[in-house]
Design a protein around this ligand. Structure first.
Ligand code: KG4
Ligand code: ZN
Length: 321
């Protein structure tokens, strides 16, 4: 049994996963409501909340799985990238648990973790594939040739795709985080009503900051009443621009890698327009798209564990390695 812990951003999560990839429990306590009034995650508030939640969430994961701590063989924890204070709460909890039980500890990269959400039962996706990881913090294209090993092809030069959704949602008065709200509203809108440009940058990278500015100008030019009346059209057109950029680059990445199978992971993989635009792609199950600890436990199966007690000085890292 693997106990996974994830605290890199604003979800406090713990999960129990078996070595063959069955998810016995996956508990996610989102702090989104706590941060909503600030319009984004406040790092210090997130750290403090993780501190309050990490023990009850771990206890809950063990209870739901009906697994006592003495049946856990290793602890997996997100080491980075993410908010440094938030990460340290998870790492400290994981170290304490592992140390107390004399267990190995497995530090997991959050981005590799998202990819490993694809390797869980009951419908694991086998490499090789070209992978799009699109979340609130990252937009990355990867060539995945085997489990636990990937090669980065491109990334965003400014905002992440999820961040573009969130900033767009804010401009449209939809609250935070706004990806799911735009997704819902867009169902009633016309995606061709507005033409929002997405910058084309060289190589396999992305750029979304100009798109947000285009929406800002559209909202300003329309004025409050028109925006109110055309909110669904604005959401649909804005979403369409993000999805088009992702799908286009993913197609180019597939051409470059020669790995024709495509998989999409991360919070934005929950987007219904993206799913519709990629009918042949593999998507992680919805509950495993956004941050969770089952994907961290899954990923730990392909990472060298640190044996007890050689993890006392294990540190977090904030940025992509
Ligand atoms: O993977 P995730 O939980 O956290 C990070 O590692 O960043 O992704 C969260 C992001 C947020 O930006 C959120 O707005 C976006 O995923 N998201 C969506 C949808 N559901 C969540 N974006 C578009 N459509 C959705 N249905
Ligand atoms: Zn994530």
């Amino acid at each position: 049994m693997i106990l996974g812990i994830e605290t890199s951003c604003d979800e406090t999560a713990a999960a129990v996963v078996t070595q063959d990839g069955r998810v016995l429990s996956s508990v996610v306590s989102s702090q989104a409501d706590l941060h909503a009034r600030f319009g984004g995650v406040v790092p210090e508030v997130a750290s403090r909340r993780h501190l309050e939640l990490v023990s009850p969430v771990v206890r809950d994961a063990l209870r739901v799985a009906d697994v006592a701590l003495d049946r856990v063989g290793r602890i997996a924890v997100t080491q980075g990238p993410g908010l440094i204070g938030a990460l340290l709460v998870g790492i400290s909890a994981a170290k304490a648990l592992a140390w107390a039980r004399g267990l190995p500890l497995v530090p997991v990269d959050h981005l590799d973790g998202h990819v490993a959400s694809l390797y869980l039962e009951p419908a694991p996706v086998e490499p090789p594939f070209t992978c799009l990881l699109a979340s609130g913090g990252h937009t990355i294209l990867l060539a995945v040739r085997e489990r636990g090993r990937s090669e980065r092809l491109g990334t965003t030069l400014d905002d992440a795709a999820g961040e573009a959704f969130d900033k767009g949602a804010r401009l449209l008065g939809l609250g935070y985080p706004g990806g799911a709200a735009i997704d819902r509203l867009a169902q009633d809108g016309d995606a061709t009503a507005f033409d929002f440009p997405v910058a084309r940058v060289p190589g396999l990278d992305f750029s979304f900051s100009g798109l947000k500015t285009a929406l800002l100008y559209a909202v300003r030019d329309l004025g409050p009443d028109e925006v109110e009346a055309r909110r669904a059209d604005l959401a649909a057109s804005y979403q369409h621009a993000i999805v088009r950029a992702l799908v286009q680059r993913l197609g180019e990445a597939t051409g470059a890698t020669g790995l024709e199978r495509v998989a999409v992971v991360g919070g934005v993989a929950a987007n219904s327009a993206l799913r519709a635009a990629l009918p042949d792609a593999a998507f992680a199950p919805l509950e495993l798209c956004t941050d969770n600890a089952a994907m961290i436990a899954s990923c730990s199966r392909y990472v060298e564990p640190l044996p007890y007690p050689r993890y006392g000085d294990l540190d977090a890292y904030a940025s992509i390695l």
